[in-house]
Design a protein around this ligand. Sequence first.
Ligand code: TRP
Length: 328
Amino acid sequence: MADRIRILSGMRPTGRFHLGNYLGAAKNWVELQNQYECFYFVADYHALTTEPDGHKAEDKVFDLTADLIAVGIDPKRSVLYLQSKVPEVAELTLLLSMVTPLSWVQRVPTFKEKAKLHPDNVNLGLFSYPILQGADILIVKGGGVPVGKDQLAHLELVREVARRFNRTYAPVFPEPRALLTETPLVKGTDGKQRMSKTVGNIVGVTDDPDVIRKQVMSMVTDVKRPRKTDPGHPRLCNVCAFYKFFFDDWEHYWDLCRKAQIGCFDKKKLLAERMIETFRPFREARAELTPALVNQILEEGSENAREVARQTMLEVRDAVGLPSYLDR
Ligand code: TRP
């Protein structure tokens, strides 16, 4: 099916897989597999921009890959791989950087935000992060990139870089489009900030039921409802926001809350049990995955991705005017 656009997306291995990763990204990745040829990868090069010691990411690479498989990324239908096992990505990053004006990268807002979070480690790799991201996408000629809103600036830059490369040399790359995930922002247990490992406000997906219970019970609810007997404001309550994802009859619960017929504590208890039940198949699938099996999947996926990457690099080298690889 050569006319299908190719989907590509990646996730950094930075800690436990959580509801934000699932509802905001992976759930959509799983659905896209039904319609498209998909390339999904664990972005371990990207992780080095904030944690230079790759050894620290080893377990996290396993965890993230296993979680992605457990929630439904199917290595038989999609190419699931490890970014650093396709080192052609690094070569393409270098070549793309030659046609990228510095001012374009300086405009990207995420750099400033990340630099603020890690003031003691503001490195050049962090600055050129969107170019590496561009190489990820362009090396497999990805046409659609499922991402959240926070990544739109990167995608816009990647499109401009692809256009510029094509104009400077030869039309090698398609211009990738962002496929916005429909899920609105998933907020963390604090009810304020976006769910993130760095902030520490996460709710797990494949974790033990007790871990999930504890995380859900720690959620901040409706701050305008001091007593259980006061009417609630579901629209202002993050727990109620999650009901929309986990209960078909969420409106019924919102109503009970408005009428003070259910308290925040009970709402959290119900939510936790529903999440645990919903994620049971994921948890069970996850438990079956051994490091050996996960490694084998990553090896095979990476070899497939690499084959595509090698082909692209032959075209790229040709376009730029570099000698072809000697072993070809
Ligand atoms: N930058 C993305 C994030 O922080 C992860 C990522 C890396 C990515 N390379 C990509 C996403 C390529 C889409 C396409 O979430």
